[in-house]
Write a protein that binds this ligand. Structure first.
Ligand code: RIB
Ligand code: CA
Length: 303
């Protein structure tokens, strides 16, 4: 029984790999892709999604552009991580297919059905706007890549997706439907290292594309953390949606800091239940990194 999934993303190197995993996984019925501002402008994230779909001959998958800026905050892209195109590194031909002529939230409303899982791997603006316009009917779960229990990558306090639109994140974490938070504490435990990249390269054309994406993506991580390899954040979220055993989660309260500038976008996770705040999310705390990469390798090799 396949899982109906909408992938909301801001490609972005790891978004692109998450999209490839979705396309290659029989457990997934990909209802469509919605794009959002984030790693780059909406125009570039949309073009990147179209290019990746075309690369694997899947231009049949509809792409619906969403929000080009956060609900309240100024737009801020992550060119320092993903480059000017948002997908710097490998040569990727321009898309010949275009997006659908329907905004993301209308697109989701028209295709969502009972059991749909929204996998959100960029800033949560589209998801917040969708919830505001259409409510939570038919949303089985929201699996999001974002936040952290104890880390920050955009600031010492906050992870980029949540930092970019904290008001949107606040709405999502309080929407009343099951939310899974795949944060940096988990994704930073699984790095696609040089050894893994060579295994991907050996699988063929798409595996080589993944390795070339990581060749670029790991530069930021080598410079920032001294790592040999890159966390494939968004693919972890998608992988968890199809194989929950990969990531161990704890049901905890998560609040989003929206007042403080110093801690803007902090996901305050009550891991040790120090408060009476009711749990509202399943928070990732650990990952079976080898099992994750074996799954990703097997699926990418099939494309
Ligand atoms: O902080 C990592 C997240 O921000 C990932 O989703 C990456 O693609 C960027 O959007
Ligand atoms: Ca992303």
């Amino acid at each position: 029984m396949s899982i109906p999934i909408v992938l909301d993303c801001d490609p972005g190197h790891d978004d692109a790999i998450a999209l490839l995993l979705a396309l290659a996984s029989p457990e997934v019925e990909l209802l469509g892709v919605t794009t959002v501002h984030g790693n780059q402008t909406l125009e570039k994230t949309t073009e990147n999604a179209l290019r990746v779909l075309e690369l694997v001959g899947r231009s049949d998958v509809p792409v619906a552009p969403g929000a080009d800026r956060p609900l309240l905050r100024d737009l801020r892209v992550a060119a320092h991580v993903h480059g000017e195109s948002g997908l710097d590194g490998p040569e990727l031909p321009a898309a010949t297919a275009g997006p659908v002529d329907e905004p993301a939230i209308d697109f989701i409303a028209g295709r969502i059905r009972a059991g749909t899982v929204l996998v959100a791997v960029g800033p949560l603006t589209n998801i917040a706007l969708y919830l505001e316009a259409h409510g939570t009917e038919n949303i089985e779960r929201i699996v999001l890549m974002g936040g952290a229990i104890a880390e920050g990558n955009m600031t010492p306090a906050a992870e980029f997706n949540i930092w970019a639109d904290p008001e949107a994140a606040q709405r999502v974490f309080h929407c009343g439907r099951p939310v899974t938070m795949i944060g940096l504490d988990v994704t930073h435990k699984a790095l696609l290292t040089h050894e893994w990249a060579e295994r991907f390269r050996a699988t063929g054309r798409i595996g080589t594309f993944v390795a070339e994406l990581v060749d670029f993506f790991k530069r930021y991580h080598a410079h920032t953390y001294g790592w040999d390899g890159a966390p494939i954040h968004d693919a972890v979220a998608l992988a968890h949606a199809i194989r929950p055993s990969l990531v161990r989660t704890e049901h905890r309260n998560v609040e989003i800091e929206v007042e403080s500038e110093l801690c803007r976008g902090r996901t305050v996770v009550d891991l040790w239940r120090r408060t009476e705040r009711p749990p509202n999310a399943d928070v990732g705390v650990d990952i079976d990194g080898d099992a994750f990469f074996e799954l990703l390798l097997e699926r990418v090799a099939s494309l």
